[in-house]
Design a protein around this ligand. Structure first.
Ligand code: BG6
Length: 487
């Protein structure tokens, strides 16, 4: 069955932060692609909201220009006819009555309110939606991460949003869960008899999760400087990936069955705090260097603040204190301005217990299962085989390589395409429940506190490098190395 055969009810999708980076770069292109596949019913409306004094025509013109850079022009104008704009300020009354009337004009539509703004505005926006009765009927609210900046602020937001929208109406999005390979991880683990018996500390040596980006923070510096890599990537995306690797088999794909299992993993993470933060974590900040062939400025220059201590790189060693994973390190690494854009999960199995091969045959490397999220989504299983032909028994380490694009001849849809339609359909399986967000903050908060108490500044690294050398030392201390697919 192709995606276009799954029906979607008519909906109104309201994007608060409609002129922002996420809306223009990700949400609108995702909706346009679903439109091209015939999944946006003709009466559905997409309403951008921001403070700028624009009208429908002005907004469409802005989007047209932005979308043309990344999407095909064909049918774009037809799509844009379903797009509208309303100027609104979360903290001012003007315009809210008209906006409510616009939405209420289609009482049968599923309503999705996407909060793609800074988290400080979530509370005011939800209060206003509630005051105007827009939380009733088939209404849903989507919150972008990070939700808050620590456990307290996350609780404040969740409490306030919870007064207006019930938990079943609340979709906390983590777009990594919508990535094709992440969903495929579920299928690989639970759809094959091969892996699950080996998926534990008896057979797995360690797990690495890397999310490396070549971009710097650029025009997002204002947001980023208040967040940093731990809040921006680790507390959400990377912990969610870790949960998908480590969770027990859920009894079904029912939303709470999956989320209950992820929560158990988060609750089992061994705490990192003042006593061990120095040995288990490394944080870095990029300096000027060469990225993608160009000389690029350092983080502080981009930000215009030479005193910023915000980390743009984190490497850490996490441990899950339960029966399945005791003693198996999960090494996590993420950074901006890395030499390549790569996101992958690498599961390294233990070595064979004894070698029957002569010393001159070559080394017996450990098996590795590499799940590549991007680019070139796919799965590689590294095996040891005999080098073909005469010349004695020579051992080679080669991947069984399945690139999804090659295997299926399709371009993978962007994660937001899947997730936006899941919201319309009311399926929260791939969204974070409140208790998951809290558990993630409960683990991440003490790391942030310990960094700040240490008085140390992030270690510098040159743009275009793999981060501070301490990150290499972190894993090499344990006799392991970061996975390099080119080796
Ligand atoms: C976002 C972060 O959630 O994810 C960004 O805020 C980051 O800093 C982005 O660049 C990475 O997403 P992707 O899908 O490009 O890997």
């Amino acid at each position: 069955m192709t995606a276009s055969q799954q029906s979607v009810e008519p909906f109104d999708l309201v994007i608060f932060g409609g002129t922002g980076d996420l809306a223009v770069r990700k949400l609108l292109p995702a909706l346009f692609h679903r439109f091209l596949d015939g999944q946006i019913p003709a009466s559905s409306r997409i309403v951008g909201i921001a403070r700028e004094a624009l009208d429908d025509a002005g907004y469409r013109a802005q989007l047209r220009e932005a979308l043309l850079k990344i999407c095909d022009a064909a049918k774009l104008d037809e799509f844009l006819k379903q797009v509208f704009y309303r100027p609104l300020d979360a903290r001012k009354d003007d315009g809210w009555d008209d906006f409510a009337a616009l939405i209420k004009a289609e009482p049968e539509h599923v309503r999705v309110f996407y909060l793609s703004t800074s988290p400080e505005l979530f509370v005011d926006l939800c209060r206003r939606l509630g005051e105007h009765g827009l939380n009733l009927g088939q209404s849903r609210v989507v919150m972008e991460k990070p939700i808050g900046r620590d456990l307290d602020s996350a609780n404040r937001i969740n409490d306030a949003v919870g007064k207006v929208f019930s938990e079943s109406q609340t979709f906390r999005i983590d777009h990594y869960l919508g990535k094709e390979t992440v969903q495929n991880l579920l299928v690989l683990r639970f759809g094959n008899a091969l892996f699950e018996p080996l998926w534990n500390s008896a057979h797995i040596d360690h797990v690495q999760i890397t999310v490396a980006e070549t971009v710097g923070v650029g025009h997002r510096a204002g947001y980023y400087d208040h967040a940093g890599a731990l809040r921006d990537m680790v507390q959400n995306h990377m912990l969610q990936l870790l949960c998908m690797v480590a969770m027990e088999p859920p009894s079904s794909l029912a939303p709470d069955a999956v989320r209950d299992e992820k929560l158990k993993v988060l609750n089992a993470l061994r705490p990192i705090g003042d006593a061990n933060v120095g040995s288990l974590t490394v944080r870095g900040q990029y300096r000027a260097g060469v990225a993608e062939g160009d000389h690029v400025p350092g983080y502080q220059e981009e930000l215009g603040n030479t005193r910023s201590n915000t980390e743009t790189f984190v490497a850490l060693k996490a441990e899950i204190a339960n029966w399945r994973w005791a003693g198996v390190p999960f090494y996590l690494r993420t950074g901006k301005r890395m030499p390549e854009r790569v996101s992958e999960i690498v599961v390294t199995f233990k070595p064979v217990p004894h070698s029957i091969f002569a010393a001159g045959s070559g080394t017996l490397a450990q098996n590795r299962l590499v799940l590549r999220l991007q680019p070139d989504e796919g799965v590689k299983l590294w095996l040891t085989i005999k080098h073909p032909g005469p010349g004695g028994l020579r051992l080679r380490h080669v991947p069984l390589d399945m690139s999804f694009a090659e295997a299926f001849g399709v371009q993978q849809p962007d994660a937001y395409e899947r997730l936006l339609l899941d919201v319309v359909r009311g399926n929260p399986t791939l969204f974070m429940r409140r208790d998951e967000v809290e558990a993630a903050w409960r683990w991440a908060g003490p790391i942030l506190a310990a960094w700040s108490a240490s008085g140390e500044t992030p270690r510098p690294y040159a743009a275009g490098s793999w981060g501070p050398s301490a990150s290499v030392a972190l894993i090499e201390r344990d006799g392991r190395t970061w996975h390099d697919d080119n080796e």
